[in-house]
Design a protein around this ligand. Structure first.
Ligand SMILES: [Zn+2]
Length: 440
């Protein structure tokens, strides 16, 4: 057993979110006790002692929507004129990159992104993968990187019609295989059923996905109404908007994660609530792609569960939280808007990610996974149970993350990676990315 104490404890448990002097007791991959340091030292005198030296002890950050394969896009030159909308961004950037990826590229891009996650204190993420010319086994390549780094990840392959029937079928098979292989695993891996977006999925493909998913009850991980094109395409296909179409096609539900939901109407928000679909807001990606902003206030007011992700824009959830805050205020034209932020960044991400694992994530309480970070934050003003979020929002940053632990295993301590050769891995990544760029 390990006792980490003499820290400021940010439990994120609803009725007791913050304790000025606390400790956590860890056995195996989970927490067994959380409370005042003196109490836990008395209760577990034989436990190995780790003095947090006054740092903040909190659950690792959760990224509820990302793309590990996006790593090699950094600095990549585009051959055509700069894209003017989301579809052109997909066609000129992402769909060129993902078509060129080999299994080795997939493995290294995941490895680099997962290392970045460790450094940012992100201990769990929901990934959405595409590599149309290397579909079979692609999720195993990511799984190998997940195992090597120790970060927790729920995988999915994005099925679409854009590369023809054979690739579409291979995508379905990759999801089914991975879900059977990784769900209920006691390790860091899980899997769900990935779909690209309504605009790249025909009715017959959606029916085939639904049929394959029915025996698995995995739910889906899909982009929904990210841009106006997704809404227009759905109207063209069936006279209904994207959320309405996906609901009719049986894709939405309490195990489905709908990323974005930017271009949605009040009627569509009501459907998201009626179907208990989980929504993930990705503020930086949405702003960068100029697709608009999800109606976060309306979604919350309607009782939709909204979490926070990065869509591959960054691995840094502290950054995503800061941007979500300013965007929410800016869009509302109200400096007082944004009361949803703590729920979105913490409670709801905990609920979303925990739905893919046997035990609780994102909270410090007995029985939860020992996914913990130590943040070297010195509060310049009093930090209390009622104002902890303001300290997180304005004071915390990924560079202050000193220690990252997942499932009781220390991945980084004193900002030094314990089990990974960062320099060698990034050197190999640069070499592979350069070769991929030359193939574009
Ligand atoms: Zn995405």
């Amino acid at each position: 057993m390990l006792l980490i104490g003499n820290g400021r404890l940010l439990t994120l448990v609803l009725d007791d979110p913050y304790q000025a002097d606390g400790a956590v007791a860890i056995a195996g991959d989970r927490l067994v006790a959380v409370g005042p340091t003196a109490d836990l030292r008395r209760s577990y005198p034989e436990a190995e002692w780790w003095d947090a030296g006054g740092m903040v002890i909190m659950p690792g950050m959760i990224n509820a929507h990302t793309h590990l394969y996006s790593t090699f896009a950094r600095g990549m030159a585009l051959k055509d004129a700069p894209p003017k909308n989301l579809v052109e961004i997909l066609e000129r950037l992402w769909w060129r990159l993902d078509k060129s990826m080999t299994p080795e590229d997939i493995y290294y891009s995941a490895l680099v992104s997962l290392i970045d996650s460790i450094k940012c204190g992100t201990t769990a993420l929901l990934d959405h993968h595409a590599s149309p010319h290397a579909v079979a086994g692609s999720l195993d390549a990511i799984a190998a990187a997940v195992r090597e780094t120790g970060v927790r990840a729920c995988l999915a392959y994005e099925v679409s019609d854009r590369d023809g029937k054979a690739v579409m079928r291979a995508g379905i098979e990759e999801n089914v295989r991975a879900i059977k292989q990784y769900r209920d695993s006691e390790g860091s891996l899980s899997a769900t059923f990935g779909l690209h977006a309504s605009m790249t999925l025909s009715d017959s493909t959606l029916a085939a996905c639904r049929e394959a998913e029915q025996e698995l009850h995995s739910g889906f991980h899909i982009h929904v109404a990210e841009g106006f094109q997704d809404a227009e395409d759905a109207v063209r296909r069936c006279g209904k908007r994207a959320v309405e179409r996906l609901a009719e096609q049986g894709i939405l539900g309490s195990r489905t994660v709908a990323a974005h939901c930017v271009q949605v109407t009040q009627r569509e928000i009501a459907i998201l609530k009626e179907t208990d679909t989980m929504v993930v807001h990705n503020p930086e990606s949405n702003m960068s792609n100029a697709v608009g902003c999800a109606p976060v206030g309306d979604l919350f007011a309607s009782g939709v569960l909204v979490g926070l992700g990065t869509d591959g824009y960054t691995s840094d959830m502290f950054e995503s939280l800061k941007v979500a805050n300013v965007l929410r205020k800016f869009m509302a034209g109200d400096p007082g808007a944004g009361s949803e932020l703590p729920a979105m960044g913490f409670d709801n991400n905990s609920s979303i990610m925990s739905s893919f694992y046997p035990h609780l994530l994102g909270r410090l309480e007995p029985g939860a996974y020992a996914d913990i970070i130590l943040v070297n934050y010195q509060a310049p003003t009093p930090m209390t149970a009622s104002n902890w979020f303001a300290h997180v929002l304005f004071g915390f940053s990924s560079g202050l993350v000193d220690t990252t632990m997942v499932g009781g295993k220390v991945l980084m301590k004193g900002r030094r990676l314990l089990n990974l050769d960062d320099a060698a891995i990034t050197a190999k990544s640069r070499e592979l990315a350069g070769r991929l760029w030359s193939r574009l």
